[in-house]
Design a protein around this ligand. Structure first.
Ligand SMILES: Nc1nc2c(ncn2[C@@H]2O[C@H](COP(=O)(O)OP(=O)(O)OP(=O)(O)O)[C@@H](O)[C@H]2O)c(=O)[nH]1
Length: 701
């Protein structure tokens, strides 16, 4: 009876599938029907089931029927899409696409932070034997090779890797070019760069967490770039994983095509073959004409001490090889190519050409990364392309802070300048220009993508260049209209002269928060104090909500993200995008130490919150600034008006007091320890300030 029932269920599904397929494109119904079919089967079974003892079998059958049904529908939809795509590919092939191009698939991996991109990349490298298993066993998250990436478990720089893959179904050989991308909101710039170089994206979603704010942002970017999206429901090995439910969410919220979805566990290697098959079947091969003049898109570049700038390129038309004379289309500077090659993922030089559709690297003795700028087009000097490829979003820093060397000797500033110049060779999203602060001396005004980026830059300067630097409180860029009618963009609060100003406008942002509904109250409480306006509230499923707000960017760059995480016990996620400028009643709050204003401490605040924030900050500084041998006076001021006043009593800390007797080595050890503690301290006038003091300026809670 069981078998009979199973077959009848399958037959019904087969009958239903074409009707359903003809009726709509969306997969929402696929999943709804998936739920409906077992129900239909259940009714049918009630007339035939004779005893309670058979119910266990029936349940098993129902599950089996639902599975068979799903497989049938999914297979049919998938096959239809594959056929359609083949057709398109054949048409393309008849036009310009070469046989070689037909075998290339360029794709990237998109995901919210920690959903498993790098782990999935490892599995793909392993399955395609691009990296030996023992190497991966020693070095998990192979593409995250920067020390900081490993320590923090995050991807900072994008990586590229080429894999050779033979489709086991057909025996056909393919070249798969993978670009791994960072997941954190601060590194969105890197994501946008990689999207311009590929045709498809694996959208990785943690099946135990579901869609997060950045999943939505990534999908948006991928759709704008016309990429084929393959959803990967990862971490299905976790006990809390609900891949079917998350897939339904993706259908409802994103309108994703679930026929392409793969249930996977990157950690355990489940679903990897299926993912590779999906890439081969659904990511379109690159277009472009090999006979056309060279057009190569620079999607990343970095500085190599031996070879100069290495440009990561995607050849869109034509081909390029060693010895070719090329020029950058933005500035017409000419170079001779001294090497082209592939990332296997090791950087391997090739003797032949990088052909149309290929992803690889090129070096041409370019001295500065600015001359091979991201987004630029390379072409050959003879037979040049008539126009450059459409550029993509140029990175614009959203957060600014002043950076000062802790070493206040003359060398400190010069060394920092050299370090920053070298640093930007590998991270062109950092901007810097020299400034002078009356309190903190010579330094640089730096632009970052966000607070995490700022943190990473500070840490890398320390590790890679031995630069101990102090950063002022970060702030956004204000648009200021003067009484004489001029407009200026001001990124340093100290440059705002209240006397001559008619209006200050601040950058606004749209914020997207996704969290379990249980935390709605806590989140509303958080945004209430941030001058926000609610745009929308959506219920994603039984227990998750999506909240959309508009608020000043300055309220987000501070500690907003960490507060969202804290108030949702880590279950919430957020993303934001810029949303123009808006006039606001803003004032500058100054902080004075020993009656001297410290320009690195100045911040811009709405008039309603300025006094309370100034007071809170003075109080916090009192707790952070170490005691000195003299009394330290702290004041918060708006213009000439003092709004808060605190003082730190004098104190002399003799750490060696306990070392009576003659133990000189112990005494030396303690003094060394104390000196290390003074690292990242800046002497301002006569007061030593720790980095922590500057950080506290941005915390609003
Ligand atoms: N249980 C389980 N854990 C996984 C799986 N895939 C990844 N992880 C774990 O999830 C964590 C994050 O994985 P990563 O691969 O670093 O995530 P990512 O998306 O690359 O993170 P970023 O580089 O920060 O954007 C790691 O601890 C992985 O071991 C999986 O399939 N199952």
């Amino acid at each position: 009876m069981n078998k009979m029932f199973g077959r009848s269920g399958s037959a019904m599904a087969t009958r239903l599938a074409p009707r359903f397929l003809g009726a709509h494109q969306s997969i929402i119904a696929t999943l709804r029907l998936q739920r409906l079919v077992p129900g239909l089967l259940r009714n049918a079974s009630s007339t035939t089931s004779e005893s309670a003892a058979s119910s266990a079998f029936e349940q098993e059958d129902r599950a089996e029927d639902a599975d068979i049904w799903r497989v049938l529908v999914m297979e049919e939809l998938t096959a239809k899409r594959a056929a359609r795509l083949k057709q398109q590919q054949l048409q393309q092939a008849n036009a310009t696409v070469t046989e070689q191009q037909q075998r290339i698939r360029n794709f990237c991996i998109l995901a919210h932070v920690d959903h498993g991109k790098s782990t999935l990349a490892d599995r793909l490298l392993q399955t395609t034997k691009a990296v030996r298993e023992d190497v991966l066993a020693r070095q998990a998250q192979f593409l995250d090779d920067m020390d900081l990436e490993r320590e923090r478990g995050i991807t900072i720089k994008l990586r590229s890797a080429r894999m050779n893959y033979t489709d086991p179904r057909t025996g056909e050989a393919f070249i798969l070019n993978l670009i791994d991308t960072p997941g954190h909101v601060d590194f969105g710039y890197e994501v946008s760069r990689s999207l311009a170089a590929v045709e498809g994206a694996l959208l990785v979603v943690d099946a135990s967490q579901g869609i997060q704010a950045q999943t939505l942002a990534n999908v948006d970017l991928a759709l704008k770039n016309g990429l084929e999206i393959i959803p990967v429901l990862n971490k299905i090995d976790l006990p809390g994983a609900q891949p079917e439910k998350v897939l339904q969410q993706m259908v409802d919220v994103i309108g994703i095509d679930p026929t392409l979805a793969v249930f996977a566990s990157a950690k355990q290697g489940v679903g990897i073959d299926e993912i590779l098959n999906r890439i081969v079947d659904f990511v379109p091969p690159p277009g472009g004409a090999e006979t056309a003049p060279l057009q190569a898109l620079v999607f990343d570049s970095y500085y190599d001490v031996y070879r100069g700038v290495i440009a990561l390129i995607r050849v869109v038309n034509g081909k390029v090889r060693k010895g070719d004379r090329i020029k950058m289309m933005s500035n017409n500077k000419e170079y001779v190519v001294d090497a082209v090659g592939l990332f296997t993922p090791a950087q391997v030089e090739i003797s032949g050409a990088l052909g149309t559709g290929e992803v690889g690297f090129l070096s041409a003795n370019v001295k500065s990364v600015g001359d091979a700028a991201v987004g630029d087009t390379m072409t050959t000097v003879n037979n040049s392309a008539s126009c450059a490829l459409p550029g993509y979003r140029k990175n614009k820093p959203v957060v600014f802070a002043s950076m000062f060397p802790c070493d206040s000797s003359g060398d400190g500033f010069a060394n920092l300048q050299v370090a920053l110049s070298k640093f930007t060779l590998s991270d062109s999203s950092l901007t810097f220009e020299p400034i002078f602060s009356s309190a903190l001396g010579n330094g640089f005004r730096c632009g970052f993508n966000g607070l995490l980026h700022m943190d990473i830059v500070q840490e890398r300067l320390d590790r890679e260049f031995g630069m101990d630097v102090l950063l002022s409180a970060p702030n956004v860029v204000y648009r200021v209209r003067t009484r004489s009618g001029d407009e200026h963009m001001i990124s340093n609060p100290s440059d705002i002269d209240p006397a001559g100003i008619a209006e200050i406008q601040e950058p606004m942002a749209k914020v997207d928060i996704i969290a379990p509904q249980a935390y709605q109250g806590a989140l509303e409480d958080l945004v209430r104090n941030r001058r926000s306006t609610m745009i929308d509230l959506q219920f994603l499923d039984g227990n998750r909500i999506r909240m959309l707000y508009r608020m000043p960017l300055s309220e987000i760059i501070s500690d907003f993200h960490s507060n969202v995480l804290a108030r949702t016990k880590g279950y919430g996620s957020m993303d934001f995008c810029m949303d123009g400028y808006e006039a606001s009643e803003l004032v500058r709050v100054d902080i004075a130490l020993q009656s001297s204003i410290i320009d690195g401490f100045a911040f811009i605040e709405h008039v309603d919150f300025a006094a309370s924030r100034g007071r809170a900050l003075a109080q916090r500084l009192k707790d952070i600034i170490p005691r000195h041998m003299f009394k330290v006076a702290i004041q918060a001021k708006i213009g000439a008006k003092v709004i808060a006043s605190e003082s730190i009593a004098p104190f002399r800390k003799d750490v060696t007091a306990k070392c009576y007797g003659g133990d000189i080595t112990r005494k030396q050890k303690l003094l060394k320890k104390q000196a290390a503690g003074k690292k990242r301290m800046k002497l301002v006038g006569t007061v030593s300030l720790p980095q922590e003091a500057f950080r506290k300026i941005i915390a609003s809670d």
